[in-house]
Design a binder for this molecule. Structure first.
Ligand SMILES: Cc1cc2nc3c(=O)[nH]c(=O)nc-3n(C[C@H](O)[C@H](O)[C@H](O)COP(=O)(O)OP(=O)(O)OC[C@H]3O[C@@H](n4cnc5c(N)ncnc54)[C@H](O)[C@@H]3O)c2cc1C
Ligand code: SF4
Length: 334
């Protein structure tokens, strides 16, 4: 690991100004904020990331979870994953978020990991971490080792000829189904970014993963009020029951009235290059009876555009079954 300078930020504006001196906020950034460090320090030890300066944001006043006047919720960027998962309002109104967080990593990691850091966690594609192998995301233009290599755990939706890496976060999938807004403070002031627009598809610039610019500090995340009568759930399928990333997961928020689905918000994890909101599945399901047949049709719609690679064709059916089962569980009588 190369030497770096560490500075502790005590004021949001000071943190933004310091980070704005970087040339990029994407792969290869010279200046990085540090939250829990559970992604960043690992990558620095492997020389995948080599920032010259780290700005510790843990003392910034961004550690609150509070109800909003409209019934929604605001979550500070340095709120720990475990505090968020166990917060009474999250458990009551946003079960899908609590379940997604608790399905991720380990208790120790969740005690360190922050909301902002989780939003920006990096892919687990093995070649991204192997500096002796070509990887367009780590070193643009070198090639993608995964396309003809070990790609069992990688994406089948939103891929490109340059990168097929999965966004590994569980939390992000729940936030996509909850239609969260990511609030950022940058050099030009504050702005809110719908989560659907926050992460970008790899295209031919896989080193660029989000719309963030140098200096952009995630300050908080807001959730809209829960839809009346809705139920939500996160289902994660993986190789072992804990301490493992999703092969396929589904976050669902559904409302059923008189036996019919009146509203559905659906996102998939473990299969997309970004947290994968499926408006196709939502459209297929809305207005239909809350039946297994309708759930399966929604799942077929969600995976219609899937492009499996040499080792991950099984994910197409796995993701369909995952979504079908999640919808079944979420609509069962209480
Ligand atoms: C062994 C292991 C298993 C794991 N398993 C899972 C799993 O099953 N599911 C899952 O979802 N995750 C899993 N994770 C990933 C874990 O959830 C993330 O490492 C964690 O959420 C990152 O948060 P952090 O605060 O530690 O981020 P950091 O490492 O501090 O930061 C990550 C990135 O975000 C940037 N950043 C941090 N905060 C801000 C901010 N406020 N504004 C702008 N930029 C910011 C940093 O500069 C850095 O680039 C696992 C991790 C490990 C090590
Ligand atoms: S899938 Fe993406 S991260 Fe993995 S080797 Fe290819 S370019 Fe790199």
């Amino acid at each position: 690991m190369k030497t770096f300078q560490l500075t502790r930020a005590t004021d949001n504006a000071q943190a933004v100004a310091a980070a704005a001196k970087a040339k990029t906020a994407q792969q290869g950034a010279e200046i990085r904020f540090i939250g829990g460090g559970t992604t960043l320090i690992d990558l620095m030890k492997l020389n995948v990331e080599q920032p010259q300066m780290l700005i510790d944001i843990n003392r910034l006043p961004l550690d609150k979870i509070e109800a909003l006047p409209d019934g929604g919720l605001t979550i500070g960027a340095v709120v720990r994953n475990s505090d968020l998962a166990h917060h009474p309002l999250v458990r009551k109104n946003y079960a899908v978020l609590s379940e997604a967080l608790l399905s991720g990593a380990s208790a120790q990691l969740r005690n360190m990991a922050t909301t902002g850091g989780n939003l920006l966690q990096r892919t687990r594609c093995m070649y991204f971490r192997a500096t002796d192998m070509p990887c367009n995301k780590r070193e643009p233009g070198t090639g993608c080792s995964a396309i003809d290599g070990a790609n069992r755990s990688l994406a089948i939706l939103g891929t490109s000829a340059d990168c097929i890496a999965t966004n590994p976060s569980d939390m992000n999938v729940a936030l996509a189904a909850l239609e969260a807004t990511i609030h950022v403070r940058g050099t030009k002031g504050e702005r809110g970014i719908p989560i659907a627009d926050f992460h970008v598809l790899p295209g031919n610039t896989p080193q660029r993963e989000t719309v963030l610019e140098p200096g952009d500090l995630i300050t908080h995340v807001t959730l809209p009020p829960p839809a009346p009568g809705s139920r939500s759930l996160y289902l994660k399928l993986r190789d072992r029951a804990s301490y493992e990333f999703a092969l396929a997961s589904a976050a669902v928020v559904v409302t059923v009235a008189d036996g019919k689905v009146t509203r559905a918000r659906i996102a998939l994890g473990g299969v997309g290059t970004k947290p994968w909101r499926s408006k196709e599945a939502e459209g297929e399901l809305t207005g239909q009876p809350a039946s297994e047949d309708a759930f399966r049709k929604a799942a077929e719609a969600a995976l219609q555009g899937a492009k499996p690679q040499s080792e991950n064709g099984f994910k197409v059916e796995l993701a369909k079954r995952c979504l079908t089962h999640a919808l079944k569980l979420a609509t069962q009588p209480a």
